[in-house]
Ligand binder design. Structure first.
Ligand code: FES
Ligand SMILES: [Fe+2]
Length: 405
């Protein structure tokens, strides 16, 4: 007998058809219609301080090189050789004078031009007497732009500029990222068997914090959020630090360790305010920046398949930090975002449970029905998650949070 599952009696946009977390066609369309077209955060300029510095990454399933050239400009290219399409740069990061493909040793300069190929005269033939066309054999460029030293890549030539893409939320990224003394580093990457959308939902889900994370229970009060056009959002997390201390309503970690909290608060990152010491900025589709006054995390995701995502996590220092201060920032960072402690492993357990649960044919929908629609409010509602899905529908060209037909 066929299973009859009543649909919850709420508007369609308050539901997610759980097949979007497992469906192969949905995943492929997300690559084409979201990740291929948006500005994807890839690194901070401080990760590429010198000419020849590079990182390699994946955007919308495409292998990408991001590199600083001789004149100091940051460029991006498809990391694919023009000879027979081998991946040219294999390392995750480093410094090179030029990029040499391992297979037949074609050499590209830092601007992507082909500058050497062994036995190049072999391409001079009766039908092509001039030989290899150097104007059409370089690494294929990809758009790269920076905002407050945060570097983004876009694979679509028709997408408006990065400034247009970020809009007003760009101002919230100015501090501390524009500081020339900030040093951003990749801390770790981790592969999880979870769909990529579980992280952006989680980072826009304010109420899970005091439910899933036991040490935040009773000490993490609702704080304002604000939605920005384009699916971006800002969530304030803490009260004014001094007032919160008196009221005992700061987050649990700072209350547990007041001596550490005082040390952290003595070393703010540039532009961080004691009145507003922590916040979460979520950029559509996949990037999260969470500030904690003396430290912060940037989380980026690399979707691999519908049920596999690589999570890439960065932390920051100031270039003039003493070893002690560097350790202090690291200690603060570790309290929240360590791979084996803090809040993150609890979030991962939740996503893994969710990924297993969404396989069920007995439960078709996830529910996003908390609260009245609002662009500003407190964190107990589902508005930020619904706004993520609104932008998802705009990009995907669909009218419901469901696999494309
Ligand atoms: S594939 Fe790169 S040189 Fe041949
Ligand atoms: Fe969490």
């Amino acid at each position: 007998m066929a299973l009859i599952i009543p649909k919850p009696a709420v508007p369609d946009e308050y539901l997610v058809d759980n097949r979007v977390y497992t469906d192969r066609l949905t995943f492929e369309r997300e690559r084409e219609r979201i990740f291929f077209k948006v500005w994807n955060f890839v690194c901070h300029e401080s990760e590429l301080p010198e000419p020849g510095d590079f990182i390699t990454t994946s955007v919308a399933g495409q292998p990408i090189i991001v590199a600083r050239n001789r004149s100091g400009r940051i460029h991006a290219f498809y990391n694919t050789c023009r000879h027979r399409a081998a991946q040219v740069v294999l390392e995750r990061s480093g410094n090179k004078r030029n990029f040499t493909c391992l297979y037949h040793l074609w050499v590209y300069d830092l601007d992507g031009n082909l500058v050497g190929a062994p036995e190049i005269d072999a391409y001079k033939t009766s039908y092509c007497p001039a030989g290899l066309d150097r104007n059409n054999t370089g690494l294929v460029p990809v758009r790269a732009e920076s905002m407050h030293r945060l570097v983004f890549v876009c694979l679509d030539d028709e997408t408006p500029s990065l400034a247009d893409y970020l809009g007003d939320i760009a101002a919230r990224l100015e501090h501390p990222f524009s500081s020339p003394d900030l040093q951003v580093e990749v801390k770790w990457t981790k592969t999880l068997n979870a769909n990529w959308k579980m992280q952006p939902e989680n980072s826009r889900d304010g109420y899970h914090a005091a439910l899933l994370h036991s040490r935040l229970r009773g000490v993490s009060k609702p704080r304002p959020f604000k939605l920005f056009p384009g699916g971006h959002a800002l969530q304030q997390l803490s009260l004014d630090y001094d007032e919160g201390k008196k009221l005992g309503t700061l987050d649990g970690i700072l209350l547990e360790r007041p001596e550490l909290a005082e040390k952290f608060m003595a070393h703010p990152l540039p532009g961080q305010s004691r009145d507003d010491p922590s916040s979460i900025i979520t950029l559509f589709p996949d990037t999260l920046v969470a500030t904690r006054y003396s430290t912060l995390v940037i989380e980026r995701q690399i979707p691999v398949s519908p049920e596999e995502t690589v999570f890439e996590t960065r932390h920051v220092f100031m270039k003039n930090d003493t070893p002690e201060l560097k350790e202090l920032r690291d200690q603060h960072w570790t309290l929240y975002w360590a791979e084996n402690s803090g809040n993150l492993p609890e979030d991962w357990d939740a996503w893994l449970a969710q990924q297993r649960g969404v396989q069920s044919v007995g439960v078709r929908y996830s529910l996003l029905a908390r609260g009245e629609p609002a662009t500003e409010g407190l964190r107990g509602d589902d508005n930020r998650i619904r706004d993520f899905w609104r932008q998802w529908r705009v990009c995907m060209g669909t009218i419901s949070n469901a696999p494309p037909q």
